[in-house]
Ligand binder design. Structure first.
Ligand SMILES: Cc1cc2nc3c(=O)[nH]c(=O)nc-3n(C[C@H](O)[C@H](O)[C@H](O)COP(=O)(O)OP(=O)(O)OC[C@H]3O[C@@H](n4cnc5c(N)ncnc54)[C@H](O)[C@@H]3O)c2cc1C
Length: 411
């Protein structure tokens, strides 16, 4: 069996690894137009800030693939003939099965000339270079990537202005009230409700004009699907939970769209999901029969030393919620604060949560499990948690936020 994998990001590299584990004898060829092997795109803001060097973020080098008997080729695939099963890269190659894992690119909803985007290593190195000879920058987009880039640039001493179209920061991750709680804790210069019309020569044209030494655009992603003409494409390549796009064709990662836990069709856009899809696509292409659990979109980041995490639905989707800001430790210990926002549907089933503060991500992981298990708020309110003065209070923030919803639903 000859398996071709196009793209060596989180999805493609994981597909190759799991295909190799499943079938020790298969011939596996990975095509990667970048040439670094697999590296963490999520760590690129730290390459810009200089906390990590470009080679620190390489997780699986070309040599690693060689040792795993995977034929890694630093070549761009220009065309796939899905009928004859032929790939066109530096030369033509026949395959039996194929995994498409071509990722995504920045989606730019306005005319842009001369600005930077951050999607790959080359972009990070270029932004770092221009930052080192600049005094100020504009970042368009206050989502996860925009804010991480802004923080990196600020750590290099640049003055950074952030422009965001939505009314609050991290709009796809937390609700407005949680965003404004966070905003009070971080010192950033952000203009919300700002509709950018055009970017040219380091000038950003919006309701007023802004100018800086350079501009970074972080306005979301769109799937890279140019070479997948035969596949069904909507917001990305349409795949099921088995990552199958067509007979003998699998697709995984940011180039795909999937049905999530709540029945919504969503483009992927998260490394955590891309990796899990890569695993499923690799195993299934090698003859297995694995299925992806529908995503809940658990997300986390750390900005200016504050941990933020969220999972599931947001306030626009459901109207039963509670927000608790409490101590991480018993009150007498004077520990740090944590914010927990919980969301439930009309039957009291937990459907979402957001958290800000130390341990946010661990709390969200626990709530993700509760969502998967369709747990009700009154069960979460009663579940046992650890207690010790130096570690955690008897009722932790999640328990109290659950009790708050329970009380509200009883009325
Ligand atoms: C700055 C940044 C921070 C992020 N932070 C997080 C985070 O904290 N948590 C999280 O879960 N997600 C995060 N993400 C998202 C995450 O990186 C992506 O979801 C993940 O990389 C998707 O993996 P992928 O393999 O689908 O695509 P990619 O990682 O984009 O890999 C696709 C690869 O395919 C190659 N390719 C494309 N076309 C061809 C072709 N024709 N021939 C050969 N090669 C080709 C590309 O060069 C690329 O290397 C972040 C993304 C960025 C950019």
């Amino acid at each position: 069996m000859k398996l071709a994998i196009v793209g060596c990001g989180a999805a493609g590299a994981t597909a190759a690894q799991f295909a190799r584990k499943y079938d020790r004898k298969a011939s596996i060829v990975v095509f990667d137009k970048e040439g670094y092997g697999e590296y963490s795109k999520c760590a690129l803001p730290m390459v810009i800030s200089g906390e990590l060097s470009w080679n620190d973020v390489i997780e699986y080098s070309p040599r690693w693939f060689k040792n795993a008997k995977i034929d890694y080729r630093n070549e761009e695939v220009h065309k796939i003939d899905f009928d004859s099963k032929i790939i066109e890269a530096n030369e033509e190659m026949e395959y039996d099965k194929i995994v498409i894992a071509t990722g995504a690119m920045t989606s730019i909803p306005f005319k842009m000339q001369g600005a930077y985007t951050l999607r790959n290593m080359k972009d990070a190195i270029e932004i770092k270079k221009i930052a080192e000879k600049s005094k100020d920058a504009i970042v368009i987009g206050a989502g996860l990537i925009g804010l991480e880039v802004a923080e990196s640039l600020m750590s290099l001493g640049l003055k950074v202005k952030i422009l965001e179209y939505m009314p609050s920061i991290l709009p796809a991750m937390v609700d407005e009230d949680v965003a404004s709680y966070l905003l009070k804790k971080i010192d950033i210069d952000v203009e919300t409700k700002c509709r950018v019309k055009e970017v040219y020569n380091n000038i950003v044209e919006a309701d007023e004009n802004y100018e800086a030494d350079f501009v970074v655009v972080a306005t979301g992603n769109k799937a890279s699907v140019e070479i997948c003409n035969k596949c069904r494409i909507e917001k990305g390549i349409v795949v099921g939970d088995d990552c199958k796009a067509m007979e003998d064709v699998y697709a995984a990662g940011d180039c795909t769209q999937i049905k999530d836990f709540f029945g919504r069709i969503m483009p992927v856009g998260l490394g955590s999901i891309a990796t899990r899809q890569g695993m499923i696509a690799g195993i299934n292409a090698a003859g297995g029969n694995e299925k992806l659990l529908p995503p809940l979109w658990a997300k986390t980041t750390k900005l200016f030393n504050i941990e933020i995490a969220s999972v599931g639905l947001m306030e626009k989707d459901v109207n039963i919620h509670s927000k608790f800001i409490g101590n991480l430790l018993p009150a007498y210990m004077k520990g740090d604060k944590i914010l927990i926002k919980l969301l439930a549907d009309e039957d009291g089933v937990i459907v979402g949560a957001q958290a800000v503060g130390n341990g946010a991500s661990l709390h969200i992981n626990k709530i993700a499990l509760a969502i998967y298990k369709k747990m009700k708020i009154n069960e979460l309110a009663r579940i046992e948690t650890t207690y010790a003065p130096k570690v955690a209070p008897v009722f932790d923030a999640v328990t109290i936020a659950s009790q708050m919803i329970e009380t509200r639903m009883r009325k």
